[in-house]
Design a protein around this ligand. Structure first.
Ligand code: URA
Length: 197
């Protein structure tokens, strides 16, 4: 395992992903945050820019964070798998398991108040069971991840709001709940927001 701090610097465990990726996409955000969002895997935009959630899903996430009084700089955003799967297919069970140790190490070092799983793949991966995300969105569980227990909040994937408008409200409400439960951004953030009005 080749990690430098929270970053994976080299990895060749998944032959197909080594072919399809342009780079390893590590998590972004502070290493002392109370709130971590976990997505599935990088898409084309993320693979190009080297940062999670920078495409259309990222805009949806940024908007929901802003509505909740937060910004990207207040939270950490990472993925279950750090290399782009070909044709944006779901990561395989083997790929998820190959990358798991990196995510466990990242979470262990961050020790957040709350982990939010964005969509079915990360929710099932971290809860270790099948999850009906639309009906479980907003639910909080205790999840054993690596050597620790974390509070985990299930969310729909931000991309789901793009093809099903009814999920938009669910997503915004879940991110607001995440801000509240984690207390992220509470140090002076409210003050700076007052300046907007
Ligand atoms: N979708 C994800 O699950 N992760 C990303 O980084 C981008 C889109």
């Amino acid at each position: 395992m080749s990690m430098d701090g929270l970053n994976v610097t080299a990895c060749e465990r998944c032959p197909e992903l080594c072919e399809s990726r342009s780079r390893i996409v590590n998590g972004v955000g502070p290493d002392d945050t109370a709130l971590v969002f976990v997505g599935e895997a990088p898409g084309a935009n993320e693979d190009e820019e080297g940062e999670p959630f920078v495409g259309r899903s990222g805009t949806v996430l940024d908007d929901a964070l802003r509505d909740a009084g937060l910004s990207r700089a207040d939270v950490r955003i990472t993925n279950c798998v750090r290399c782009r799967p070909p044709e944006n297919r779901d990561p395989t069970t083997e790929e998820l398991s190959n990358c798991r140790g990196y995510l466990e190490t990242e979470l262990d070092r961050l020790d957040p108040e709350l982990v939010v799983t964005l969509g079915k793949v990360p929710s099932e991966h971290l809860l270790g069971r099948s999850v009906a995300v639309t009906s479980e969105a907003g639910d909080v569980y205790d999840a054993r991840i690596g050597d620790r227990s974390y509070r985990l909040l299930v969310s729909v994937h931000p991309a789901a709001t793009l093809y099903d408008r009814s999920q938009a409200e669910t997503f915004v409400d879940t991110v607001a709940r995440a801000a509240e439960l984690s207390g992220a951004g509470e140090s002076g953030e409210g003050q700076s927001r007052l300046g907007e009005f």
